[in-house]
Structures are given as structure tokens and as C-alpha cells.
Write a protein that binds this ligand. Structure first.
Ligand code: CA
Length: 554
């Protein structure tokens, strides 16, 4: 198992280095007095330490310089992204009512990466991680409200520079302001912000290669049609291509295609067990979580509506049918072109979604149903059908993986790793812990900043900047994350180890600053009075004492 490379100077070395500098007799600074020298050198020493930490992370370059892997044969890639598709809403996963025959076929004929996660469970940050190969604290796209920062590099820029054919079709959603073509794509079909399932009026248009074009009907088959038409044009047999098909579905409010609308109305539905107000362990769950239940992102007041998790979940799975059809249509087109066996197709969701788990709807949080995503991969020339990958792969790994498949080296600044060898049974160093981050935004104030470290057995979550309880779960014994072990003295050592490792990783990866944005957009902060909306939740039991901790202050 691989640990993230720690290229920092160890603590002992750091302190001896700055002490050594202080003692260096030949330094002219020493002549100006011990105290002044000490202060100056302490500052210099601090700079060396800060510089050392920053230097552990390779900066994003200012130029795009693809490096071809010697002897590698570039492969065509189709990357299909859906929006908010949770990891288990596929029929081959045994889901109660989701129907996904084409995704099932991908799992059967290809690879199911069953522990795929996102480093931040939110549309724009996750999409930025996919496109840049970077953690959120490095690309700094922390909410859904604005454009990417200046200097952001998208992996298709490398593909384009290498002479490959590239297309982006669908939802971009990093900023609402415009849908202009972004760098790295020869062909562009997109729309502002979230896009619309149906055109909201006769004059509504989308952007096709810089031209305003009317949206012709329901969005998912329309994007599929644009994708298939572009594939049809990739006929020279020499130029490798990369299609990035990015669906608007199945983002809420969920609107299924007419042929699927209402088809799940009568199927039985059971809320997840964690939706119940717990009695046994409820006392040590975070206050923010109990409060969120009655909020825009809670099951008691979902999107400030009188609707239910059941109604949401059913229309979501109905809308998913069209995304599944899209997967089938792309596969069919590749077959028609004779490229089916040699093309790498990857399907993925941009973040998870909850329908009553922990009393919540939506994503953002570090619980499994939020941070896990579906991921499937197919390429008969590379992988045996029915392969299952257990290792944790993530959105940051997509860029290095696609680049590897297309015969290009991973640029040194990217955080992710190529996961192709995992699916081929080849020995490869891999991560032992997975790091998750989410940053508070004023628009949805009910979800706090959180950092999470997920290992094979334990998951540690800290809510940063909040007087509340952190959480520790044994995700093997308690996969539904119902029993917060953080106040159990038997797990004190485990908690400490996880906490230490979390901050070590943040330090190694350049995550020890919290990115911030000025507020923008509406705030969804209402509570429904008749569901206990006036009062906040009780403090966790473990934080309450009955006696003063010290009788007298000495
Ligand atoms: Ca999303």
C-alpha cells in the first residue's frame, strides 16, 4: 500500500536546520546583535519551513506541455459524467427500483470501481477536480457560484495540445455568467449554470461552438444526440479523440423524460434506517446534523417544500433512465464505428445524494451516501468483463487516467493517480487513506466546513470552526454510520491516529489553508415551525457535565 509521498523535511530536520542557521558564525547577520539576529533568523527559519511545506506540492504550470509516453499507443476515450447519481442507484447493485440495463452491461462487460469517491461532494468543486486532477483546496472552486480562478488548467488542454480531437458536450457549471467555450475543446455544446431539463421558453438557447442554438426538447437525449453526431465525425482513423459527455441529469428538481415519468409511482418504498430519529445513539450525533433535518437540505423540509424523500427518489430514478439510455447509445455508436473494443469508456457521477439517510437530502457532507459515486469502465482490449476494483479511486484520478490511456504522462502538478493498473490486476502503489473536504458557504449555512479521513475500517470527520462533536465510525462494522465512536474511550487511540494523519495529509497536499469567497446568491436558511423548527438541537451528551470540573480555581 502506498502512502502519499512526504517530501517535506521531517520536523527534527527542520528545527536542526533553523538552529544550524542561527549558529552559523560566518553569517553577517550575527554581527548586528544576538537578539536582532535571532528574530531575523527565526523569521527566515519560518520562511524556510513554510516554503518547504509549499514546495512539497508542485505548482500548476503556466504553460501546457504534454509529454508523450514512449511507445504508447494513444487510445480513444469517452468520459460520461452524470450529476448527483448516487453510488448504489443501479440495478446490478440490487437497488429496489432503479433500472439501469446499460450500466449493468458495463459492469458485466467491464469494470465496476465500487469504491469510487469524490474529494468534495458538490457539483462545481467535483467537476473542477475531474478537469484539473486537483484537490479542492488547490483548484479553489469551493461553491457553485463562480468561474474557475485565473490560471486553472484543464486536462483536455493537454490532449488538444498533443493534437487529439476533443469535445465537451453538456453541463459545465463552474459559474453561471456565461456558457462560452472553455479552453481545451475543439467542439463545444453547453449552457449556463445548471441548464434546464426543458427549454423554459421559445427563446431559450444553448451554446454550440459559440453560436446561440435553441434547445430542442428534453435535455438528456438531446445531449446524447450531439455526442453521437460528434462521434460520427471522428472518422479519419488516425486522430485519437476524447469525448467528455456531461449530463445535466439527474440533478434536482428531478424531471424525468415523458416516457419514464410516473413509471415508479407504485413501487414500494422504504426510508433508510438512518432516517429514523434515533434513540440509542442520537445523543452523540452532531447538533448541526440534527438541525439540518429541518432545513432546505433535510428530509423534514426538503428544498423548503412539502414534498417527501420518496417522491424525490422516484422521480430521480425515472430521470436516470434517460442517462442509462445515453450510455447505451454511445456504446451502440462505437460498435457502428468498429471502435467498441479499443475505446476506453468511463461512466461516473459527480457526487452522491441522500434520500433520507441521516435525516438529510442532498450531498456536501462526508457520509458515505454523499461522498461515494458510481464508476464504471469498459474497454475489452484492456479489461476482463466482471472485474471489480476495491481500492478507493476518486474524481482527482480521472485526468491522470485519461491522459495515460491517451499515451500522455501525468503532469507533475496533478494530485490524482492513474487507476488503469488496478483494473488489470497489476501491482501498483495506491493510497491507504482518502481525504475529503467541504467548505461552508453562506447560501446553505446548515452544512459546516468538514474534513474527513477515510481508511479501510475507520472514518474520522471533524467539523471545523463549530462547537459540536466530531465523528468516528467503524465503516466495516457500521457501514450506515450510525454509531459515533468518538467519545468511546476504547477508540481514543484510533481517533488520535486518524486526526494526526488527517492533518499530516492536509499539510503534505497543500490543504492547510481554508479557501473563502465573498457571499453571492440567495441564502436558503428557513425552518418549518411545526416540525420543531424554532429550537436548535441539544448538545451531544458527551459534552454535558453535572459538576464543575474544578471545585476552586487556584
Ligand atoms: Ca452534482
Amino acid at each position: 500500500m502506498m502512502k502519499y509521498p512526504n517530501t517535506q523535511i521531517p520536523k527534527e530536520a527542520r528545527s536542526s536546520k533553523s538552529e544550524g542557521d542561527c549558529r552559523a558564525p560566518e553569517r553577517p547577520l550575527i554581527r548586528h546583535g544576538f537578539i536582532r539576529s535571532f528574530v531575523i533568523l527565526w523569521v527566515l527559519g519560518y520562511f524556510v519551513i513554510s516554503h518547504t511545506v509549499t514546495a512539497a506540492v508542485t505548482p500548476v504550470p503556466t504553460t501546457v506541455a504534454p509529454k508523450k509516453i514512449a511507445g504508447a499507443q494513444p487510445r480513444n476515450v469517452v468520459f460520461i459524467l452524470s450529476d448527483d447519481h448516487r453510488y448504489d442507484a443501479m440495478s446490478f447493485m440490487g437497488h429496489a427500483f432503479a433500472k439501469t440495463p446499460h450500466m449493468d452491461a458495463m459492469a458485466r462487460k467491464g469494470v465496476h470501481l465500487k469504491n469510487a469517491m469524490v474529494t468534495t461532494s458538490l457539483c462545481s468543486p467535483s467537476r473542477a477536480s475531474i478537469l484539473t486532477g486537483l484537490y479542492t483546496f488547490r483548484h479553489r472552486v469551493i461553491d457553485n457560484q463562480r468561474l474557475v480562478p485565473e490560471g486553472t488548467l484543464f486536462f483536455p488542454q493537454y490532449l488538444q495540445k498533443a493534437g487529439y480531437s476533443t469535445a465537451f458536450i453538456g453541463k459545465w457549471h463552474m459559474g453561471h455568467a456565461n456558457d462560452d467555450p472553455r479552453p481545451g475543446f475543439d467542439h463545444w455544446v453547453s449552457f449556463k449554470g445548471q441548464g434546464m431539463y426543458y427549454p423554459p421558453g421559445p427563446n431559450y438557447t444553448i451554446n454550440v461552438n459559440g453560436k446561440r442554438v435553441k434547445q430542442d426538447g428534453y435535455i438528456t437525449p438531446l445531449l446524447t444526440r450531439y455526442a453521437v453526431e460528434w462521434l460520427e465525425r471522428q472518422t479519419d482513423g488516425e486522430t485519437p479523440f476524447c469525448l467528455y459527455l456531461s449530463h445535466k441529469a439527474v440533478h434536482g428538481p428531478f424531471k424525468p423524460e415523458p416516457k419514464y415519468k410516473g413509471t415508479l409511482a407504485d413501487v414500494p418504498f422504504t426510508l433508510p434506517k438512518s432516517a429514523a430519529q434515533q434513540t440509542n445513539n442520537h445523543a452523540n450525533r452532531p447538533r448541526w446534523l440534527l438541525d439540518q433535518r429541518n432545513s432546505w437540505h433535510g428530509m423534514d423540509f426538503p428544498l423548503h417544500s412539502g414534498s417527501t424523500a420518496e417522491a424525490f427518489y422516484k422521480s430521480y430514478c425515472e430521470a436516470l433512465r434517460s442517462v442509462d439510455d445515453s450510455v447505451g447509445a454511445v456504446m451502440e455508436q462505437l460498435k457502428k464505428m468498429g471502435l467498441h473494443d479499443e475505446t476506453l469508456v468511463i461512466y461516473m457521477g459527480d457526487n452522491g445524494y441522500m434520500f433520507g439517510e441521516h435525516g438529510l437530502i442532498d450531498k456536501r457532507v462526508a457520509y458515505e451516501t454523499s461522498m461515494r459515486v458510481p464508476m464504471l469502465m469498459q474497454c475489452p482490449e484492456l479489461f476482463e468483463g466482471g472485474t471489480v476494483v476495491d481500492e478507493v479511486v476518486a474524481n482527482i484520478d480521472i485526468a491522470p487516467t485519461v491522459m495515460q490511456a491517451m499515451g500522455l504522462e501525468k503532469p507533475a502538478h496533478m494530485d490524482g493517480k492513474n487507476f488503469l493498473p488496478l483494473a488489470q490486476g497489476k501491482a501498483t502503489a495506491w493510497r491507504d487513506y482518502f481525504l475529503y473536504v467541504y467548505y461552508w458557504e453562506q447560501n446553505y449555512p446548515q452544512t459546516p466546513t468538514q474534513f474527513c479521513l477515510r481508511g479501510d475500517q475507520y472514518k474520522y470527520i471533524t467539523y471545523y470552526g463549530l462547537w459540536d462533536t466530531d465523528e468516528l465510525f467503524d465503516i466495516q462494522a457500521d457501514p450506515k454510520e450510525q454509531k459515533n465512536l468518538i467519545h468511546d474511550p476504547r477508540f481514543a487511540k484510533q481517533k488520535q491516529q486518524m486526526q494526526n494523519r488527517l492533518y499530516e495529509m492536509m499539510d503534505e497536499l497543500g490543504g492547510m489553508t481554508i479557501p473563502m469567497n465573498p457571499p453571492r446568491g440567495r441564502q436558503q436558511n428557513k425552518r418549518l415551525r411545526d416540525r420543531g423548527g424554532v429550537r436548535a438541537a441539544d448538545f451531544p451528551k458527551a459534552l454535558i457535565v453535572d459538576e464543575p470540573l474544578r471545585k476552586v480555581l487556584k
